[in-house]
Design a protein around this ligand. Structure first.
Ligand SMILES: [Zn+2]
Length: 396
């Protein structure tokens, strides 16, 4: 199957190109040019911006389902609900819970990925968020199940997840943390610091042991202080990748802008940290073994801690642009190239250029999702400005 998309603006690695054509063949981008092809269908996307599809490194659930449900049906529900938010690929994220529940969720992700064909957003692998956290900044992770890591334990986890385990988060100050960072690095699994009371020095030590990312910057960690830069300070100082929940609730827009000034777009990955209430109305929802109240879109435990979000990636982009004042091209990189590069997937995801997967998102001028395409297949549309045209062989 071969067709071309003719958009008003295309976000390429070089910048925003006006009136450009992206030709797609067999699920891949064949080329990007100013020349309209005559030997295939051309789809005109008016008042639209064509960009790489979004990648969510950290998400728990959506549309009533959660990774911790541990069923194929739950993963399918989430994957099917993500394209309407512009997401083409995601990392299924667990929470602190009884270990058997976590192992079951990890195994379920592996089995889902091993199925012959996925529908909806591509599940890339798993992210173990918990149980290796400290109580001081546990957020919504239940105290009873917080434990220290051991190699035996990690081996058990890897037995269940196999090569689909992409990421593990650990509080660096807990017993066995440095050994765990080393072991995970040897097994080519990316490590992050999270839900931690670690000092600047301790996070620096974790960084030296391979931890290269800070999970939801500012949340679940010791804050910035001029005499003790803490975990936030260490993440920014060492240019570790900073995950950012840009829902306007977890982080003030001024801090979103400050993070961008300090880390640059290259240093920030927008994540949603979305839980099962994403895309649904307020009410009571389950997160792991806990009940969470969602009021005005904010998910909190009964104690009042934020418990994931109901954010979507398109909203995160709008917030970065409209509230934090980040230029559109750079905000989009934080949801596309940056996470693709972090997961070593930038050879096929995260940018619009020849040879990449045709996993693309179309937004209107107000940054609302119009279309989502995954590996060349149209999986979502809301686009009233889309039509097929016959063109002569002309330059735009
Ligand atoms: Zn968290």
């Amino acid at each position: 199957m071969r067709y071309a998309l003719f958009a008003d603006r295309v976000l390429t690695p070089q910048g925003i190109v006006e009136k450009s054509v992206v030709t797609i063949a067999d699920g891949k981008i064949e080329h990007v040019s100013q020349n309209i092809p005559t030997n295939c269908e051309v789809i005109r996307l008016e008042h639209s911006i064509l960009m790489p599809g979004f990648i969510d490194l950290h998400m728990h659930g959506r549309a009533g389902s959660d990774v911790m449900d541990g069923t194929i049906k739950a993963l399918q529900t989430i994957a099917s609900a993500l394209p309407e938010t512009g997401v083409v690929a995601w990392v299924g994220t667990t929470v602190t819970a009884p270990m058997n529940d976590i192992l079951c969720a990890l195994k379920n992700i592996r089995e889902f990925i091993e199925m012959p064909q996925q529908i909806g957003a591509e599940l890339l692998g798993s992210f173990l968020e918990g149980p290796y956290f400290s109580e001081a900044h546990r957020g919504s992770h239940p105290t009873n199940y917080l434990i220290s890591p051991s190699i035996d334990h990690l081996e058990d986890i890897l037995d269940h997840a196999a090569n689909t385990l992409l990421r593990v988060a650990i509080a660096p100050e807990i017993e066995g943390a440095m050994k765990a960072f080393d072991w995970l690095a040897e097994h080519k699994i990316k490590t992050s610091v999270a839900h931690t009371d670690a000092s600047f020095e301790k996070v620096t030590e974790a960084f030296q042991h391979g931890a290269d990312c800070g999970v939801h910057l500012f949340n679940g960690m010791r804050g910035l202080h001029h005499r003790e830069p803490g975990c936030c300070g260490a993440i920014l100082y060492h240019n570790m990748l900073a995950e950012l929940i840009a829902d306007g609730v977890h982080v003030h827009p001024a801090m979103m802008q400050l993070s961008y000034r300090m880390a640059g777009y290259q240093g920030i990955a927008l994540i949603t940290d979305c839980m099962r209430a994403g895309g649904l109305s307020d009410g009571k929802y389950q997160l792991g073994i806990q009940t969470v109240n969602v009021i005005n879109g904010q998910a909190r435990t009964v104690e009042g801690s934020l418990a994931g979000s109901t954010c979507s990636m398109d909203l995160a982009i709008r917030n970065m642009v409209q509230f934090a004042g980040v230029p559109l091209w750079e905000a989009v990189q934080m949801a596309t190239f940056v996470p693709a590069h972090y997961l070593n997937l930038s050879h096929r995801l995260g940018s619009i250029q020849a040879g990449m997967d045709a996993s693309l998102t179309v937004m209107d001028d107000n940054l609302h999702i119009q279309d989502t395409i995954i590996k060349g297949e149209w999986v979502f549309t809301n686009n009233v400005n889309r039509h097929t045209c016959i063109y002569q062989n002309i330059l735009i």
